[in-house]
Design a protein around this ligand. Structure first.
Ligand code: DEZ
Ligand code: MG
Length: 301
């Protein structure tokens, strides 16, 4: 059963017990471009208490560098080497795990952030933001010649999704032998300041259905994302806490990694889902309304 934080002592104890704090972004720090109340103060408290702060997001629309710009714009202190996104995890997976030859290419269903991370890993790509693929014109298969050098299809959140991209991705996956099917993440929904929208999982779903097979997922809860963090950040899992708003990504990611987990209710998951009559089988160690609740340690009620 998840334990709800409700006293000054409980918030103090959590801060004292954990040296490394991994934070999800959408639904924890912000919703779309709207900062969630109390986030800046609490991150400052943790930094002043010499806690290691790391950001782990499944949102593949931005690269780590473009996330740094978003943090700056929202007034949140963050450094590029503290930021880990599913686009970065996908690029590292392709270059270091699959080791696709540099002569090969990736067909992208996704946005600029994913392309930037692929480029930074020296991976050639087509599709993505290419205007030729961002069209509402009907797709004519008889006019399409698959590029034989495409060795993988990677699918992330793409707000410009269309039938042409789905068709080309599908064609590469059925015609190029051994073509890898990768999803940056499979979140079903995406929390914005105006409400919920379809998530990256809803973008790769038509391909999963058409192919009858699932992609390799590199974002949370997969271990690929934690391996990316571990490769750059030293931390003791026993003294590390994962803070997130979604059970089947953030909390499962923490549990899979042997970390302690804290659920906040400012994003996807409602309290009903953890303490209601039919609670989720994914149980966080702790939960609280919002990250901002930790301000109590410096302004006791
Ligand atoms: O659809 C998506 O990609 C997700 O909803 C979104 O990106 C989640 O981001 P996170 O909460 O992991 O920062
Ligand atoms: Mg989230």
């Amino acid at each position: 059963m998840s334990s709800r934080l409700a006293s000054l002592e409980a918030y103090e104890k959590l801060i004292n017990d954990y040296d490394t704090w991994l934070f999800d972004c959408d639904g924890v720090l912000w919703r779309g471009d709207h900062l969630i109340d109390g986030v800046i103060e609490v991150l400052d408290i943790l930094r002043r208490r010499n806690k290691k702060v790391v950001f782990v997001t499944n949102n593949a629309t931005k690269s780590r560098k473009s996330y740094k710009t978003k943090f700056d714009q929202l007034g949140i202190e963050a450094h590029v080497d503290e930021i880990y996104g599913s686009a970065y995890a996908a690029a590292v997976y392709i270059s270091s795990v699959l080791q696709i030859p540099k002569t090969k290419k990736v067909y992208v269903v996704g946005q600029g952030g994913l392309e930037e991370e692929l480029r930074d890993e020296g991976i050639q790509f087509i599709g993505g933001t290419d205007p030729a693929d961002n069209t509402i014109a009907p797709f004519d298969l008889s006019q399409f010649t698959p590029d034989p050098d495409v060795a993988a299809v990677v699918c992330g959140l793409d707000t410009q999704i269309n039938y042409t991209k789905l068709s080309k991705a599908f064609q590469y996956l059925i015609s190029n032998p051994g073509c890898h099917f990768i999803a940056t993440n499979e979140d079903s929904t995406y929390p914005t300041s105006a409400g919920l929208l379809p998530g990256a999982g809803a973008i790769s779903a038509p391909l999963r259905y058409a192919l009858g097979k699932s992609p390799v997922c590199t974002g949370k809860p997969s271990s690929t994302m934690l391996d990316c963090v571990k490769a750059k950040v030293h931390f003791d899992p026993k003294r590390t806490i994962m803070v997130g708003d979604r059970l089947n990504t953030d909390i499962l990611f923490g549990k899979n990694g042997g970390l302690t987990t804290l659920l906040v209710l400012t994003g996807i998951t409602t309290e009903e889902e953890i303490i209601g009559p039919n609670p989720s089988p994914i149980v966080p160690d702790f939960h609280t309304q919002a990250l901002g609740d930790f301000r109590i340690v410096e302004r006791p009620l």
